[in-house]
Design a protein around this ligand. Structure first.
Ligand SMILES: [Zn+2]
Length: 315
């Protein structure tokens, strides 16, 4: 889209520009940041080949122009994660009809997106959306109005929304911190987490392979446990583990002894044991644009031999 290409050509000054403090009163995607939505990349504030995000970290890639907030899987695309207008405005451009399940090496140049104009030189852009955007150029929208759904169209290696704010021809980074001082563009900017956290835990009767693996995640969850012996497959996703990366731990399954599972017991997974066994990990890098990779590791063990990396117990 020519309009978008011109907009995205703006430079990242790091200045808050004329954008108002606390102008964005909500994140324009359904969910809670770092509980449902995982910001992986921010604006690259380094004008050269280096990387610098608002927090003086490297959660960005060279020339990146916005915030990438990742969702967990294609399964969540199908469930539906709405994208909202961050501010009231007018639809400047819509591109639709592009394939919306891209990942890893299958990225494409063209995505489904919406560009809103909020005044002279003031734009917001919502990219990588699902097919079927029901907006027309020139249409007025109010803040909070749904624009579309999160997906993985275009240059997207994992389902996510890319959100760009632009002021006066320059990329505006609403997140503020030591490398982008000034009042935040977010009315309530959440603290950036620094400790590892669990993004997802899945239990299934079948291995997490094929379409059951990420990013498809068509695995059927096991939610009911009765007394007896059975094989359970587990998958745990961590954020900010192993140097800030997202890590996926998987096992091919283990037999749970009859006496360890009895209704109404609940399963717990020893995250300490998981975190100290990096050899069993397959970590996705924190970069979600072209060139990133993802995988799920599978550990094979005898079903009669307890797995040391997955300890289940009653709680
Ligand atoms: Zn992006």
């Amino acid at each position: 889209m020519v309009v978008t290409a011109a907009l995205l050509a703006g430079t990242a000054s790091g200045s808050r520009g004329s954008a108002g403090a606390g102008e964005f009163t909500f994140y324009p995607q359904a969910g809670i940041l770092w509980q449902d939505l995982y910001p992986g990349n921010f604006v690259d504030l380094d004008p050269g080949p280096g990387l610098r995000d608002f927090d003086c970290g490297t959660q960005t890639y060279d020339g990146h122009t916005g915030t990438d907030s990742v969702i967990r899987s294609f399964r969540e695309i199908d469930i539906g994660v709405p994208v909202f207008a961050a501010l009231a405005g007018r639809v400047l451009a819509v591109q639709d009809g592009e394939y919306d399940r891209r990942f890893g090496p299958t990225v494409s140049q063209f995505d489904n997106h919406v560009v809103l104009e909020h005044g002279p030189g003031r734009f917001t852009i919502y990219s990588h959306l699902r097919k079927g955007i029901r907006l027309k150029r020139g249409q007025r929208v109010v803040a909070g109005q749904q624009l579309g759904w999160t997906a993985s169209s275009g240059n997207s290696s994992w389902p996510h929304m890319h959100f760009t704010s632009q002021v006066g021809g320059e990329i505006d980074e609403p997140w503020t911190g030591p490398c982008n001082p000034g009042p935040s563009g977010w009315a309530n900017q959440p603290a950036y987490p620094t400790d590892p956290y669990v993004r997802d835990l899945a239990l299934s009767e079948r291995p997490f392979v094929g379409k059951a693996a990420l990013p498809y995640d068509q695995a059927i969850r096991t939610g009911t446990f009765v007394a007896g012996t059975r094989t359970i497959y587990t998958r745990v996703e961590f954020g900010l583990l192993a140097g800030g990366r997202t890590c996926v731990f998987g096992s091919s399954g283990r037999t749970v002894p009859p006496r360890s599972i009895a209704p109404p017991a609940r399963l717990s997974v020893s995250t300490t044991a998981l975190a100290t066994r990096p050899s069993r990990t397959a970590c996705r890098s924190g970069r979600w644009a072209a060139g990133a990779s993802s995988s799920t590791s599978t550990t094979r063990r005898s079903p009669t031999r307890p797995s040391r990396s997955f300890q289940t117990r009653e709680v």
